[in-house]
Write a protein that binds this ligand. Structure first.
Ligand SMILES: [Zn+2]
Length: 121
């Protein structure tokens, strides 16, 4: 009698296990499919993003160029003590101070007084 019961129990357990195993397998294949779908979606999003990035550069190129071009043509400005304003040095002369540091000297184009400016080494 107990053998029959055991057989029944084993059969039930086996049935449950098979059910569980099959559902797990299904779940795994489902997950795999989802992963594949997610991957394609991610790929599409990436492609969209890169195409958007490729469309952007013209704006950035305009922004990044000016600074380097301006630096070479920059007019040296010096503070005029008489005008109490910054004036451009039209003909700056390079001089060396007593402490050995270089400086620029010129005359103010407005009032004619001396302009002086330290130069970065
Ligand atoms: Zn001046």
């Amino acid at each position: 009698m107990w053998q029959l019961l055991l057989g029944l129990v084993v059969g039930l357990v086996l049935g449950w296990w098979l059910d569980w195993y099959l559902s797990r397998q299904e779940g795994a294949s489902l997950r795999e499919e989802m992963d594949r779908k997610n991957a394609t979606i991610a790929k599409l999003q990436k492609e969209l993003l890169t195409s958007q990035k490729e469309a952007e550069p013209p704006k950035r190129a305009k922004r990044t160029r000016p600074p380097s071009a301006e630096k070479t043509e920059e007019v040296v400005q010096a503070y005029c003590v008489k005008c109490k304003e910054h004036r451009p040095m039209n003909h700056p002369r390079r001089v060396t101070l007593s402490n050995g540091r270089p400086a620029l000297k010129d005359t103010c184009p407005v009032c004619g007084s001396g302009l002086f400016r330290m130069v970065k080494m």
